[in-house]
Design a protein around this ligand. Structure first.
Ligand code: HEC
Ligand code: HEC
Ligand code: HEC
Ligand code: HEC
Ligand code: HEC
Ligand code: HEC
Ligand code: HEC
Ligand code: HEC
Length: 414
């Protein structure tokens, strides 16, 4: 409205005199200042909302509000309008007054767990908090205090897509972690892992976030000896093979965790054939070189992996050429799929750390790749034969036409 008035003033002045222009500018400046002040005032009033109002707003969308609780459920003095800050060390015991009370909680949900506080007390977070160290996590750091959501709600801070960020607020904060002699790398390392790719890019909900490996309430890192149990929850086959292999006793003897030396705990990368070997960069080269028998076994395993990989890519290229030329190579594709299955198996069987079982899968893979190769070659030969046949037929037709032409000419006109 004021802007309209300003325009009107200028319009009314028509061709402004210098003085008129000057006073119009002053008027504009004043107007602008008034508007700015008004905006600032409105903004100030908005941000002057009391913590109690902010809490009330958030509480509208809270699982406790939905269950019929009010502010007094957690704030003893709230009835009198007093919201004394709850000391951080008192939060978990306060939440536990209900969440550890089975009789109360089962009225709301007969299946509900009531061991969160018990578990929390066993975790490093809980133990340190109990001893007065308030920089570790308590219930509200992971769940919030107002606007608490069910864990099944995708907006919950503990929902699978959000939980690494929730843990990352502290575990990705170098300042906070340094005080405890810890790295702030787990969140970023996890973010660069095959697990993050599976969860975030492929929507694979079975890929682990922090809590799948560490637990949510009993959040402790699995001890070195229990580490394999963590990976084995999901990678059963590799874990079984590892445990049946010579490596199990060897790693126990040298105090090495089962999977981590080759795969890491957080930054788990996509495995590849070049990991196997004694050359620089291979995971085995951390402990092996070419001079020993085990080194020779490793080099042997690697060369079989390489042979299989190149046999497969050659067979694939041949089959693709034949298909492009319009040939059906179903048998070849079947053999190729078999080769691929053996190829996958051979990667898993690397965890036997021995030549025999692995070698069997690799040899079967090579044989299948060979069959695929032969099918591709046969199809390409067939094309050659057909082309040759076509050429001969074309030649015959041309010869016939020429002969016919000559005959017609020899008959002459008339
Ligand atoms: C489920 C328990 C719970 C309920 C219910 C709850 N609060 Fe809180 N509130 C807390 C906790 C715990 C804190 C401590 C600060 C934190 O961790 O965020 C807190 C902090 C506060 C504070 C800040 C106090 C300060 O000075 O630090 C205010 C104000 C507040 N709550 C108001 C409310 C109001 C208003 C309601 C009802 C609409 C409410 N709360 C309901 C748990 C609760
Ligand atoms: C370090 C983060 C963290 C802390 C601290 C924490 N929780 Fe949780 N909580 C979670 C996660 C993550 C889940 C999701 C379920 C899961 O994956 O176990 C969860 C689930 C829950 C659930 C749903 C039922 C269940 O057990 O699955 C309740 C209730 C709960 N927490 C209450 C609490 C209470 C009470 C405290 C404090 C004593 C607390 N939490 C402390 C992370 C935390
Ligand atoms: C007055 C009792 C009471 C207190 C105190 C209380 N809760 Fe609850 N809470 C409940 C009840 C009851 C439910 C389940 C409601 C339902 O299932 O409908 C619940 C549900 C939850 C859930 C959702 C669990 C799920 O099913 O996904 C979380 C998370 C939670 N509470 C966390 C907390 C935290 C954190 C605190 C402390 C800041 C706290 N609660 C304090 C009674 C309480
Ligand atoms: C409020 C900050 C905060 C949040 C949020 C938090 N943590 Fe922690 N956590 C800490 C601090 C600080 C330590 C270090 C304690 C120590 O060394 O005494 C720690 C320690 C740990 C440890 C090491 C325990 C040990 O015994 O070595 C693990 C594992 C852990 N947290 C996992 C998690 C997970 C998983 C989450 C999320 C579900 C999480 N934390 C959320 C602050 C937090
Ligand atoms: C695939 C399983 C897995 C996932 C996912 C995972 N961790 Fe770990 N984490 C481990 C293992 C195993 C160790 C123990 C490493 C060791 O003993 O050398 C560990 C160790 C830790 C430690 C203790 C290291 C230290 O000395 O400070 C912290 C803290 C930690 N993880 C936090 C996290 C956080 C935060 C996330 C999520 C961003 C996460 N982890 C995700 C398996 C996992
Ligand atoms: C909660 C289940 C779960 C846990 C625990 C788990 N993983 Fe995984 N892991 C997955 C899923 C899901 C994938 C993705 C599957 C895929 O790519 O085919 C995956 C992928 C991988 C891959 C890549 C596989 C490939 O073919 O590219 C490796 C390597 C791996 N995990 C190692 C580990 C290690 C080491 C641990 C323990 C520190 C671990 N995982 C713990 C579920 C888990
Ligand atoms: C001594 C090193 C080493 C150890 C220990 C080890 N792995 Fe592996 N792992 C490898 C190598 C090398 C590959 C890749 C093979 C390839 O692609 O040629 C691999 C591949 C994998 C894959 C992908 C398999 C696939 O189908 O492509 C998974 C999953 C895996 N490992 C899980 C584990 C688990 C779980 C443990 C612990 C029980 C473990 N590994 C222990 C070296 C190791
Ligand atoms: C953390 C160190 C370490 C790593 C990493 C490691 N090894 Fe070993 N490995 C050993 C030790 C120690 C021995 C026993 C001494 C020896 O035979 O050289 C051994 C023995 C072996 C043996 C001989 C087993 C037998 O029957 O006596 C083979 C084969 C082997 N390793 C394969 C591998 C392969 C393949 C890799 C990589 C994927 C690998 N190792 C990575 C430490 C390691």
């Amino acid at each position: 409205m004021r802007v309209g008035g300003g325009k009107g003033a200028r319009g009314r002045g028509g061709k402004n005199t210098v003085r008129g222009a000057g006073s119009a500018t002053a008027w504009h400046r004043r107007t602008r200042r008034t508007i700015t002040l008004a905006i600032l005032l409105v903004a100030a009033t908005a941000s002057a909302q009391t913590p109690a109002e902010t809490a009330s707003t958030a509480f509208k969308d809270d699982v406790h509000a939905a269950a019929g609780f009010g502010c007094t459920a957690c704030h003893a003095g709230a009835a009198a309008g007093a919201y004394a800050p709850t000391p951080r060390t008192a939060i978990a015991p306060m939440c536990a007054t209900c969440h550890s009370d089975a009789a109360l909680m089962r009225k709301f949900d007969p299946q509900v767990r009531v061991d969160q506080f018990l578990q929390y007390e066993t975790s490093t977070h809980g133990k340190r908090m109990a001893s007065g160290e308030t920089r570790v996590a308590t219930c509200t750091d992971c769940h919030g205090a107002h606007g608490v959501r069910r864990v099944s709600d995708p907006r919950a801070p503990v929902a699978p897509l959000n939980v690494t960020t929730t843990c990352g607020r502290c575990h990705g904060d170098p300042g906070r972690m340094k005080a405890f002699g810890r790295e702030a790398t787990p969140p970023a390392d996890w973010g660069a892992s095959v697990h993050a790719t599976a969860l975030l890019k492929r929507g694979d909900a079975s890929a682990p976030t922090c809590v799948a490996c560490h637990g949510s309430h009993g959040a402790t890192p699995p001890g070195v000896t229990a580490v394999a149990n963590v990976c084995a929850q999901c990678h059963l086959r590799e874990a079984e093979l590892f445990r049946a292999s010579v490596k199990k006793d060897i790693f126990d003897a040298i105090g090495q965790a089962e999977c981590l030396v080759c795969h890491n705990n957080h930054r788990i990368e996509p495995p590849a054939d070049h990991w196997v070997g004694v050359q620089e960069g291979a995971v085995c080269a951390q402990c092996h070189d070419a001079s020993t028998d085990s080194g020779k076994t490793i080099v042997g395993i690697r060369s079989e992996l390489d042979r299989l990989a190149s046999a497969m890519s050659e067979a694939d290229a041949l089959l693709t050429r034949a298909e492009r030329a319009g040939m059906l190579v179903d048998d070849g594709r079947l053999a190729f799929r078999e080769a691929r299955e053996h190829h996958v198996q051979s990667h898993v069987l690397v965890h036997t750390f021995a030549a025999d079982q692995f070698g069997k899968a690799a040899a079967e893979g090579l044989a299948s790749a060979q069959r695929a190769h032969e099918a591709g070659e046969a199809a390409l030969q067939e094309i050659q034969v057909r082309r040759r046949g076509l050429a001969v037929a074309t030649l015959l037709v041309v010869a016939f036409l020429i002969a016919l032409g000559l005959k017609i000419r020899s008959l002459g006109p008339g």
